[in-house]
Write a protein that binds this ligand. Structure first.
Ligand SMILES: Nc1ncnc2c1ncn2[C@@H]1O[C@H](COP(=O)(O)OP(=O)(O)OP(=O)(O)O)[C@@H](O)[C@H]1O
Length: 638
């Protein structure tokens, strides 16, 4: 195709997701409309970064025009605002892929969470970042004229934000992208130089390349100097400036730029390492949980620069996956400029930077953990991710363990392992935990009755990840970390608070009777359980379920089952409470009448009850209902 004989533009439709997002953006009363300019400048600067990187290996791409910049141009007569860059540009396919779809993984998931309530949705979208599309808040029509570096053909994309757009060949003498906004009625403020100056200073001062306001095309009024182009930002990379010269606002805006987030950072870490390896890092812990935190790719989000030249924004080796919530930039002069992404994988300098960063991030978190309330916000958002480090980073395990916080049976607040270890009862060696989905439900679980009765604190673990680290960590200091189901005889060795052990013992049915009952129950239940066992840890409940000693916990079995229906059932143990009136009566009954069918019926009923308490389904609801009715009938009618 020749650029002198352009074909008619193609008429295309936005992907449904884009239309949905556009609807929300355009119709919601966004309080800070001016952020569209930040988004466009941010994209322009990214486009320059990308070309600068590509030109490292293909220098001809920037020949004759190596000074990257963003230009803003106002045309009052036409009521347009144009944002122009000399970055990498886009060809036809890029345009369709980038400005017609939302390529990010998890978009569908994200959209499902939108409620239709515009206020709530806007704050969600804030976390997601609408980028380019935000310009439709102020523009009724947008034209994107762009030419990709190294290509001759330019293209124009245009849309009124109404579900469709056109793409067609166009003419443009130089590479880069020019975005022209035809402002809607009432948006004339964005035609005022003073307003643009203020917006750029507020939101885009940290942009490393100049953001230039083009001189007005109209002739100067009398007595005024001929207008000149004006650079609106400081135009030096923020992370290279001394800390003392950076305001909190500037850090915040930079965070918005690198993280594509609208929230405020929870923590800012700006460090310069000097020594064997030099690097500067400006990193942030976001204030809210990014929507894609648990995507299976566990992608990193810190940008790598070499001497202020952008290299990549998904550098695998820079931070471990368990710190993937971090946002920001790392810049080092000690990496080769022409480093390829593949070379980064095993680069020893990068490995050293990573060690330094991990150490510093963890020690900063430790300091911030002293403020319990503030740390709880961090923990709620990122605790489950940080815990992955417990089994992925052996060297840092103890440090990470000290940063972990848990709900426990002691109250609604969060506790550290050090605090829990400081509250062990006399004779208690291990720290106990119970896993499940919901801390409130766990609090009521029969699994921990004996612990609660003795005032023994139990960790209530409700993140799926907990199942994995508990087994690999094993101990905290000298204390084994054990599931409550593995407590076995431990409980009898721990001195409770007020509990009178002798009295408790006296309440139990005699051991031989319990042994007899266990035999009868086992026969009645058959394959449904692997074992029936007398329990130390039950108080109010007659029975509970547990998994076989070395087997997986019930909760983990349920998690696996939810992911894979074919996962094998692991054998269950039915624990019975020798102090409970039902069990005592049942033991008497079993002794009096060998092979009592009713004991068998009650055994089934108790097993179903234990399942229900665990939140599991009863395998044969009809049989359960029949047995329950019968038992009630006998109870009521004698
Ligand atoms: N000025 C530009 N030059 C080159 N490519 C651009 C430009 N503006 C946008 N793009 C391309 O369009 C894509 C989509 O931009 P958009 O602003 O919607 O999302 P984003 O920048 O990737 O992320 P976010 O929505 O979080 O800002 C960009 O990733 C980029 O590939």
């Amino acid at each position: 195709m020749s650029s002198t004989t352009p074909e008619a533009p193609e008429d295309l439709r936005f992907e449904a997701e884009v239309t949905r997002i556009l609807d929300i953006v355009v119709n919601a009363l966004y309080s800070e409309k001016e952020i569209f300019l930040r988004e466009l400048i941010s994209n322009a600067s990214d486009a320059c970064d990308r070309l600068r990187y590509q030109a490292l290996t293909e220098p001809h791409l920037t020949e004759g025009d190596a000074d990257f910049r963003v230009e803003l141009e106002i045309d009052k007569a036409a009521r347009t605002l144009t944002v122009r860059d000399n970055g990498i540009g886009m060809n036809r396919d890029d345009l369709i892929a980038n400005l017609g779809t939302i390529a990010r993984s998890g978009t569908g998931e994200f959209l499902k969470r939108l409620s239709g309530d515009s206020k709530a949705d806007i704050s969600l979208i804030g976390q997601f970042g609408v980028g380019f599309y935000s310009a439709f808040m102020v523009a009724g029509r947008i034209e994107v004229l762009t030419r990709k570096a190294g290509e001759d053909q330019a293209w124009q994309w245009a849309s009124q934000g109404d579900g469709r757009f056109t793409v067609g060949p166009a003419g443009k003498p130089a590479r880069g992208t020019e975005i022209t906004l035809h402002l809607k009625e009432g948006e004339d403020e964005f035609l005022e130089a003073q307003r643009l100056r203020h917006i750029v200073k507020t939101y885009s001062d940290h942009i490393a390349i100049p953001v230039v306001l083009k001189a007005a095309a109209e002739p100067p009024r009398e007595g005024e100097d001929a207008p000149t182009d004006e650079t609106l930002n400081t135009a030096s990379a923020l992370w290279t400036r001394p800390k003392s010269e950076i305001t909190e606002e500037q850090y915040k805006e930079f965070y918005h730029h690198v993280a594509h987030g609208f929230d405020d950072p929870w923590h800012t870490l700006h460090l310069k390492a000097e020594g064997a390896i030099e690097y500067t890092a400006l990193l942030f812990v976001p204030g809210t949980k990014p929507f894609d935190l648990f995507q299976p790719e566990r992608k990193p989000h810190v940008k790598l620069y070499v001497n202020r030249v952008f290299i990549t924004d998904d550098c695998e080796g820079l931070l471990p996956p368990y710190l993937r919530f971090m946002r920001g930039v790392v810049d080092s002069p000690d990496l080769p400029l022409n480093i390829s992404r593949e070379m980064l994988q095993n680069n020893p300098v990068l490995a050293k930077i990573r060690t330094g960063l991990v150490g510093r991030i963890l020690s900063d978190l430790k300091k911030r953990a002293e403020d319990k309330e503030a740390y709880a916000t961090f923990w709620a958002a990122f605790g489950a991710v940080l815990k992955e480090g417990l089994y992925e980073d052996f060297a840092k395990r103890d440090e990470i363990l000290d940063l972990c916080r848990f709900r426990t049976t002691n109250g609604s607040g969060l506790a550290s392992l050090a605090e829990v270890a400081g509250r062990l009862k006399e004779g208690q060696k291990a720290i106990y935990y119970l896993t499940g989905d919901d801390p409130e439900a766990l609090m009521q679980s029969p699994q921990i009755e004996g612990f609660k009765a003795k005032g023994i604190e139990v960790l209530l673990l409700t993140d799926p990840i907990d199942e994995f680290w508990v087994s690999s960590v094993g101990t905290y200091k000298e204390h084994p970390i054990k599931s409550v189901a593995q407590a076995g005889k431990d409980l009898s060795e721990i001195k409770g608070e007020a509990a009178d052990e002798a009295e408790e013992k006296a309440e139990e049915a005699p051991e031989d009777k319990i042994a007899g009952l266990i035999g009868v129950m086992k026969t009645a239940l058959g394959e449904a359980v692997k074992e029936v066992r007398a329990s130390e840890r039950l108080r109010e409940s007659p029975v509970c379920l547990s998994s076989d000693m070395d087997g997986m916990s019930l909760h983990l079995q349920r998690l696996l089952k939810a992911h894979n229906a074919d996962a094998p059932e692991t054998p269950r143990v039915l624990e019975i409470n020798p102090r409970h009136p039902i069990i005592k009566a049942l033991a008497e009954r079993a002794e009096a009448t060998a092979n009592d069918a009713e004991v068998g019926e009650v055994a089934h009923l108790l097993l179903d009850q234990a399942r229900i308490v665990e939140g599991e389904a009863v395998p044969d609801p009809a049989a359960f209902a029949r047995r329950l009715s019968k038992a009630l009938e006998q109870g009521l009618l004698g």
